[in-house]
Design a protein around this ligand. Structure first.
Ligand code: AHR
Length: 503
């Protein structure tokens, strides 16, 4: 079967914010400690305690924003414990993740240093569950005030003269669950209250993200939108966006499925469940439209990705999992949905950057080796979509199967344009069959400047310290001229990006 993708190259749609390619680093397992942070005295080369090879690898992804310190951890975190001389910082118990003792050696200054090294904008997830309004307000003051306010003076005492720019503020996390088990009405009132004290100061404009729903909890979205209906049109509205969380697994929360040993059926179930993001975005957005028809309130998908059973022999509380070509295609399915909803989805954060859940990088605790995962590569191949104008793609004759009680289309195509170029990304979700895609390109003349492919012999292929490039992008020669534009021959389980020159 030949699939056709009609793309009007001269009809740019809403801009795909680079922030939908955001990341997430929680104090969880070996994400912060042993991932980003090794300390200044470590044997592994580091920049002020931050792993140098990690920083270098992530800079290639042009990470637009980094969310920290949680997740569930955020609603147990008291920022004052993580500033000042490290040897004097108090300890705490990380009750959500492994019940381990946290020494707070990675705190506010270390996080902001990391963001500066990565060139990423900070997204601070602040404590509503066990914190106070004052604590949150003082954190904003500490980070962003330039004058001699009490918190700015404290920051200077701790070695940082200039304030930081911290645009993104999360008002709690999963308040319907680990963030306090609240009812929607209860949290909505608290969100209005807390957000009021997260203020613009000294030229730092804050973008406040209130806790939104998980998956298809439309009632939560409805309550949140209704709760500040009187304020949506007000420029001083207490929050500018709602979050949405969606995790992909093939089983249930008690047995989520294995990361690398999966059947053909589980391959499709994972992709089918990942593709539910399309329905969630559409339906939450429809609920929001009733209160906010001009789409001023954003959706921030600040946790998404695969969640598998932990690798055998690792701490169940540390959420360490391997990452295959299947994970890379799960990521592609999300990117394509974010692009289609560029007018509502302003930001997203994959969970999580290193050694936790669907990571970009894995570090070997024994040898210290650093491995780039297939998901890393799909992010890197997609950097051309950052801040580009979305292009609508109309697909015809798409092969589809039934999986997990739903129809799963096996070909996904997205496209964006900047100045005289366009980037087309194509995913073939079929585990064993190749597919031909005709790119029916309307408008300017398009020539393929180059293409790359991410695939491997086995759909379960993954990278390890011994085989770090089992799944890595290579140049692709399967894009040819066609009377309608271009013809792409997509091998099974593959992801292709084609750069077009427009004249
Ligand atoms: O990403 C892991 C956890 O998943 C986060 O801490 C929490 O917000 C979610 O339940």
């Amino acid at each position: 079967m030949t699939t056709t993708a009609i793309i009007n190259l001269d009809l740019p749609g809403p801009v795909i914010s680079r922030h939908v390619y955001g990341h997430f680093a929680e104090h969880l397992g070996r994400c912060v400690y042993g991932g980003f942070w090794v300390g200044e005295d470590a044997n592994v080369p580091n920049i002020r305690g931050l792993r140098a090879d990690v920083v270098e690898a992530l800079r290639a992804l042009r990470i637009p924003n980094l969310r920290w310190p949680g997740g569930c951890f955020a609603d147990t975190y008291h920022w004052r414990d993580g500033v000042g001389p490290r040897e004097r910082r108090p300890r705490m118990v990380n009750s959500h993740w492994g019940d381990v003792v946290e020494d707070n050696s990675f705190g506010t200054h270390e996080f902001l240093d990391l963001c500066e090294l990565l060139g990423a904008q900070p997204y601070v997830s602040a404590n509503v569950g066990s914190g106070s309004v004052r604590e949150m307000a003082e954190w904003v003051e500490y980070l962003t005030r330039a004058d001699d306010s009490p918190m700015a003076a404290l920051r200077r005492e701790h070695g940082r003269d200039r304030p930081w720019r911290v645009p993104f503020w999360g008002i709690g996390n999963e308040s319907w669950g680990c963030g306090g088990n609240m009812r929607a009405e209860q949290y909505a009132s608290l969100a209005r209250h807390y957000s009021t004290f997260v203020r613009d100061q000294c030229g730092n404009e804050v973008y406040r993200i209130a806790v939104g729903p998980s998956d298809g909890d439309y009632a939560w979205t409805e309550t949140m939108m209704r709760s500040f209906d009187d304020l949506v049109a007000n420029p001083a509205a207490p929050f500018q966006a709602l979050s949405l969380h969606h995790y992909t697994m093939t089983g249930s929360w008690s047995d989520k499925g294995a990361a690398t040993r999966f059947t053909e059926d589980e391959w499709y179930v994972a992709l089918s469940r990942a593709s539910r993001i399309e329905e969630y975005l559409t339906r939450h957005s429809t609920v929001m439209d009733r209160y906010d028809p001009h789409r001023k309130v954003g959706l921030v998908v600040d946790e998404w990705g695969t969640w598998w059973n932990v690798e055998p022999g690792t701490d169940p509380g540390f959420l360490y999992q391997q990452n295959t070509l299947r994970d890379a295609l799960v990521a592609a399915v999300h990117f394509h949905a974010f692009h289609r909803h560029a007018d509502r989805v302003v930001m997203a954060n994959i969970a999580q950057t290193i050694n936790v859940l669907q990571a970009m990088l894995l570090t070997d605790p024994d040898s210290g080796a650093l491995v780039r995962t297939p998901t890393y590569h799909v992010f890197e191949m997609s950097t051309g979509h950052h801040d580009a104008a979305s292009l609508e793609v109309h697909l015809r004759d798409v092969p589809a199967i039934e999986s997990d009680g739903r129809e799963l289309e096996l070909v996904s195509v997205t496209a964006s344009t900047t100045e005289d170029g366009a980037l087309v990304s194509l995913a073939n979700l079929d585990i064993s069959a190749s597919v031909e895609v005709v790119l029916d390109l309307r408008g300017p003349t398009a020539r393929c400047r180059g293409a790359r492919i991410l695939t491997a012999a086995s759909p379960a292929s993954h990278n390890t310290p011994r085989t770090p490039s089992a799944v890595a992008p290579v140049a692709f020669d399967g894009v040819r001229e066609h009377p309608r534009g271009l013809l792409v021959e997509l091998p099974p389980h593959s992801y292709v990006t084609a750069e077009l020159q427009l004249t």
